[in-house]
Design a protein around this ligand. Structure first.
Ligand code: SUG
Length: 416
């Protein structure tokens, strides 16, 4: 039975604030802060527990080996000798944001009846551009069953940031869907990370039906306002599209195209007059997991606690819930350590529609397994990392050992 499984990136022991992502306001404004890797990972685990308790199938991905010495070797240097900016790029725990791991097209959408995944090249940001080999190894392991086809990255220079710029409308996760690829056009102060040619190449590799595939331009206003990915201003689930008024470059045209391709769509739009773009970005209202609740409970919005702290946002949400719309519940979660680097609840997960029996069980979560992961995190993840600590050879050894212990605990030695 095909169902949606959310795979969360476990927040790695090297989590730190280096301000590496231009155009990501949270990342820039927290540059130089002292991070708390242990608390960060435990917050992520608690989010998984929260979603399991809602009856949602849950998986996870392992953190990657950081600092990435093989990548630094290709640049002729080492973790000990690298210049500060390269060292920070090698240290980033950015693979935690699993929404950027890959673009996923579920089996019912593809001509060959397989679930296709294309690992994201993430070429726009140096610290993310070296994630894909580790991510690809992991996807090939988790999704080795013939039910899946896992593709290599789209070549540079066509930037691809994975599912963060991809939405799917359907009447049920296991049915045929309409896939929406959202791309940006560069030239502004902040980079557009998703290239149209990358999105089109993915649609071809995934053998999608052109009649059920849309390419929609993200608004430059949103990108220049700090929405570096579409999932900062829009999210879809089943027949619902929850979006900010400023999300798309041609709002009316985009809505019309979406309605034509999927007439049953219900567009829940937040007007800029009620929630400004800066408030939407600060609160990450749209970087929520819009989930189908069990037993006909409608949909729930798993959103960051920051949304509660932003009065315009919370007021709008409470009014929406009081109405008769498809989104019935507000479910705040605390992922503040990730949020300070610009990653909300939706960034931390990759949605894969699949039969759980076809996924390598080592990547599937249950409470007992999360207890074991949390115990490793509590014992081995650094409590704090300050920017100057990245030069410490002791800390390099500690974060490597922490990850190795987790891999061993979960019997994932292939990923060492
Ligand atoms: O790519 N932050 C990530 C946040 C990714 C959020 N993902 C989604 N929206 N799906 C990024 O900008 C900050 C790392 C640093 O500054 O050290 C960072 O990479």
């Amino acid at each position: 039975m095909l169902t949606e499984i959310n795979f969360d990136g476990i927040i790695g022991p090297s989590h730190n604030y280096a301000g590496l992502s231009r155009g990501n306001i949270a990342s820039s404004s927290h540059a130089g802060d002292v991070s708390q890797p242990r608390a960060a990972a435990l917050q992520g685990i608690d989010k998984m527990r929260h979603n399991l308790a809602l009856g949602l199938p849950q998986g996870f991905f392992m953190p990657l080996d950081r600092p990435d010495a093989p990548w630094l070797a290709t640049l002729g240097t080492t973790p000990a000798d690298a210049e500060g900016h390269l060292r920070a790029q090698a240290w980033s725990a950015s693979s935690m944001w699993a929404a950027n791991a890959a673009t996923v097209s579920p089996a019912p959408d593809s001509a060959d009846g397989k679930c296709h995944l294309t690992v994201a090249n993430l070429v726009t940001m140096p610290h993310r551009s070296h994630e894909w080999p580790g991510t690809l190894a992991q996807l090939r392991l988790a999704f080795a069953d013939p039910a899946f086809a896992v593709h290599a990255p789209i070549p540079a220079p066509f930037g691809d940031e994975g599912a963060a710029n991809h939405m799917r409308l359907c009447s049920g996760h296991d049915g045929q869907g309409v896939e929406i690829f959202v791309y940006g056009v560069g030239g502004g102060r902040f980079p557009a990370r998703q290239h149209l040619d990358a999105s089109k190449a993915i649609a071809r590799h995934h053998r999608l039906d052109p009649q059920r595939t849309l390419f929609i331009r993200q608004s430059d206003t949103a990108i220049q306002g700090g929405a570096f990915h579409n999932d900062v201003v829009a999210v879809a689930n089943e027949h619902v599209l929850f979006t900010h008024e400023t999300a798309f470059e041609d709002r009316e045209g985009a809505h019309a195209e979406i309605r034509a391709a999927f007439p049953a769509v219900e567009i829940v739009e937040v007007p800029a007059s009620a929630v400004s773009l800066p408030d939407a970005i600060k609160s990450y209202l749209f970087n929520a997991q819009l989930v189908s609740l069990a037993d006909g409970g409608g949909m729930g919005l798993v959103l960051p606690t920051e949304a509660q702290d932003t009065p315009a946002v919370w007021n709008w949400l409470e009014e929406m819930i009081a109405g008769n719309g498809p989104i019935r519940r507000l479910l705040p979660v605390n992922v503040r350590q990730s949020m300070a680097n610009g990653g909300g609840p939706a960034c931390l997960r990759l949605r894969v529609v699949a039969d759980p029996a076809t996924v390598d069980p080592r990547f599937i979560a249950d409470e007992a397994k999360l207890d074991r992961i949390a115990a490793v995190v509590a014992a081995h993840w650094p409590e704090v990392i300050a920017p100057g600590d990245l030069a410490s050879a002791t800390l390099v050894n500690d974060v490597r050992k922490a990850r190795a212990t987790l891999l061993e605990t979960l019997d994932l030695g292939e990923l060492v």
